[in-house]
Design a protein around this ligand. Structure first.
Ligand SMILES: [Zn+2]
Length: 237
């Protein structure tokens, strides 16, 4: 079973889910794959208002729609998939946010878009599987950048030496932006296992970071191209 958000499961008339290695796109979303907007994710902050199935969105990392029957989905492999839904299920959104998107303000950008015609207090948000603070080691310079730019407790930003907690940072930002509820689905994309096979440990998620480490040791190890998991949400009717 792919991961889902308890908070979003209570909203009528929508489908959502977070993919993993076994189901890159959750099985119950597959039938709607052709309606997905075309896009290239670039760790940016551009968000597109989607009005047509299969809309060509160019370079974009965020999507919002009030049109039923269009699956908004983002590819991730350690970055945060962040899925948004108005509490009445009449408008949905999805964002791909890594450290760069968080620092550059893609969540603030989404809140601003929502507030143009509505209110973030009428929306809930689910943060999906991503690299967590157990494994997400970065440079001290990057930790310092986060500490300087964000007015959050240092232990929230970096609970371990040189490790960032992207999900906690995103949650703190979403709270400050006024969203009514925030929950988390899934677990760490780098270390979560899904049992073991004859070839060794099987991992639950595709992880860019874990894959890079494997490729550093064994250059013949395949890359993750085409194997990113997808998280998505759509209005059914
Ligand atoms: Zn981990």
């Amino acid at each position: 079973m792919s991961d889902s958000s308890v908070l979003l499961s209570h909203i009528p008339g929508i489908l959502h889910g977070f993919g993993d290695k076994e189901s890159l796109l959750p099985a119950h979303l597959k039938a709607f794959e052709a309606t997905r907007p075309e896009k290239k994710q670039v760790h940016g902050t551009r968000i597109v208002d989607v009005t047509q199935p299969g809309q060509d969105c160019g370079e974009a990392d965020g999507f919002i729609t009030s049109v039923p029957g269009i699956l908004l989905a983002v590819f991730t492999a350690d970055c945060l998939p962040v899925i948004f839904c108005r509490k009445d299920g009449k408008e949905v959104a999805a964002v791909h946010a890594g450290w760069r998107g968080l620092i550059d303000g893609i969540l603030e950008e989404m809140a601003q878009l929502i507030n143009q015609s509505g209110d973030t207090r009428d929306w809930v948000v689910a943060i999906g599987p991503a690299a967590q603070s157990c494994c997400y080691e970065v440079s001290q310079e990057l930790v310092d950048t986060f500490m300087q730019q964000l007015d959050f407790p240092p232990a929230l930003i970096s609970p371990r030496h040189r490790h960032l907690d992207l999900a906690a940072i995103a949650e703190a930002k979403l709270q400050a932006l006024g969203f009514a509820g925030i929950d988390h689905a899934g677990s760490c994309t780098i270390c979560t296992t899904a049992g073991s096979t004859t070839e060794g440990t099987a991992f639950k998620y595709t992880s860019f970071r874990r894959n890079s480490h494997q490729r550093a040791k064994d250059p013949s190890h395949p890359g993750i191209s085409g194997r990113n998991q997808q998280s998505g949400i759509m209005i059914l009717r």
